[in-house]
Design a protein around this ligand. Structure first.
Ligand SMILES: CC(C)(COP(=O)(O)OP(=O)(O)OC[C@H]1O[C@@H](n2cnc3c(N)ncnc32)[C@H](O)[C@@H]1OP(=O)(O)O)[C@@H](O)C(=O)NCCC(=O)NCCS
Length: 397
């Protein structure tokens, strides 16, 4: 069989890659001619890097990694968001995507992206290379008239459309909240263009004394459903104001698709009916460089811990630089990962993502066959992250 050759993507690949992506994911036969200097090229030249798989000297597959940062323990960790993984139909089933992933692992490490997340349409492909299901991306579908029943704000809140001058405050309002939720992106890298928000139909803000109390971004497409992306509110009256404003669409539109950004809005504010529709697109995470990833995240729970050390042995043939024995240490001040130790807890590569994020505790990982060894030592791994805890993202890519 012909060997797969993987290399970095180049601008001259643009048309072929556009075709491969279009066949895989759909979209117009020809791109919008107004899309920059080379309309076939995926959005912009910065904020991502790409790989091409060649068969017989011709592009047969593509993937790219977007430069993101993802909050864990209150710190933004460099993350490569794998996207656009596509293989020409004739070349499928012969290891092209796998070859791309193998090379991507090296690229992620070289780019300093110590963790990597992706939205899988084919989980087994990514599991085979060490990614594992970790977090949620959720939408709720709610009838609009339900929102009209929400209690009126007690304190007056003004609402007005955002202007470009509001962009820094809008981002600040997002960050103040997102930095407290494990899994959220910081939306501050070149992979994100803050101006894009103005392509949406609705960008409304609730001004406060200093910055914004909250904001809402939404789109009114054809059909009977309003699409809400961000609803960020510092307090109940602001949330109430923004949600009741959405209710004004009842009559013209039937329901709203509300992206769950803040679980407080979903769980403690909305009065959703017993039966309602929640759509989840789970995402996977992989640790690419364990010592760097341990150093990069925050470990807020160590404030309540005594110093500890856990000896782990990682089985990771596809990221061999992090395979073998490590000691994860909390020395009373910082958490770090150094080589050595007894290997008392054995971890499959797939265990690393859910452990790091805290989405699965070590008992779950053990039941899934991804961890074995000393249970007492393993319990320390849970104490560090506070697992199991919900992990969510409010971006898709
Ligand atoms: C998914 C896709 C990228 C796979 O590419 P590929 O080159 O055929 O994949 P590989 O040959 O490297 O397959 C590796 C493993 O992935 C798994 N896999 C691949 N396609 C799969 C599918 N559709 N369903 C379940 N598992 C699949 C198989 O387990 C395979 O392992 P095996 O060796 O045990 O058979 C390709 O089918 C494609 O472009 N699909 C359309 C776009 C898409 O869904 N992209 C993924 C976006 S997340």
């Amino acid at each position: 069989m012909t060997e797969v050759l993987v290399r970095e993507s180049r601008e001259e690949d643009a048309e072929e890659l556009y075709r491969i992506r279009r066949i895989a994911f759909g979209g117009p036969r020809e791109p919008d001619p107004n899309r920059g200097a080379n309309p076939y090229w995926p959005d912009g030249y910065e904020g991502w890097w790409g790989l091409v798989a060649e068969l017989d000297g011709r592009p047969a597959g593509f993937l790219r990694s977007r430069d993101y940062r993802q909050f864990f323990g209150g710190k933004a960790v460099p993350m490569g968001g794998l996207a656009s993984v596509a293989v020409d139909p004739y070349a499928r089933g012969r290891g092209v995507a796998t070859a791309l992933l193998d090379r991507a692992l090296v690229g992620l490490r070289d780019a300093g992206q110590c963790i990597s997340a992706l939205f899988p349409s084919v989980p087994p492909l990514y599991r085979g290379r060490g990614w594992e299901q970790t977090g949620v991306y959720e939408l709720m579908i709610l009838p609009l008239d339900l929102l009209a029943l929400l209690p009126k704000p007690v304190t007056h809140r003004t609402i007005r459309p955002a202007t470009r001058e509001d962009l820094p405050a809008l981002h600040q309002a997002y960050l103040a909240f997102a930095s407290t939720v494990d899994g959220m992106l910081d939306r501050a890298t070149k992979a994100d263009n803050p101006e894009d928000v103005f392509e949406l139909d609705i960008v409304d803000v609730v001004p406060g004394v200093d910055g914004l109390r909250g904001y809402l971004t939404a789109e009114r497409p054809e059909g009977e459903r309003l699409i809400v992306y961000d609803l960020i509110a510092d307090d109940a009256d602001t949330a109430g104001k923004l949600l009741r404003q959405l209710a004004s669409w009842a009559g013209v539109l039937h329901d709203v698709s509300l992206r769950v950004v803040d679980p407080a809005v979903r769980d403690l504010f909305l009065a959703q009916p017993v039966l309602h529709d929640v759509r989840n697109h789970p995402w996977m995470l992989r640790v690419v460089d364990l010592p760097a990833a341990v150093a990069a995240r925050g470990w807020p729970l160590t404030a309540h811990l005594r110093p500890l050390a856990v000896d782990v042995e990682v089985a990771d043939p596809h990221a061999s630089w992090q395979a073998g024995r490590h000691r994860i240490v909390f020395d009373g001040d910082t958490v770090f990962c150094e080589p050595g130790g007894t290997g008392a807890v054995r971890l499959h590569a797939r265990a690393l993502g859910p452990w790091y994020a805290g989405s699965a505790d070590t008992a779950m990982l053990r039941r899934a066959g991804l961890l074995d060894g000393d249970p007492k030592a393993a319990a320390h791994l849970d104490a560090l992250t506070g697992a199991p805890r919900p992990v969510r993202m409010a971006n898709s890519f």
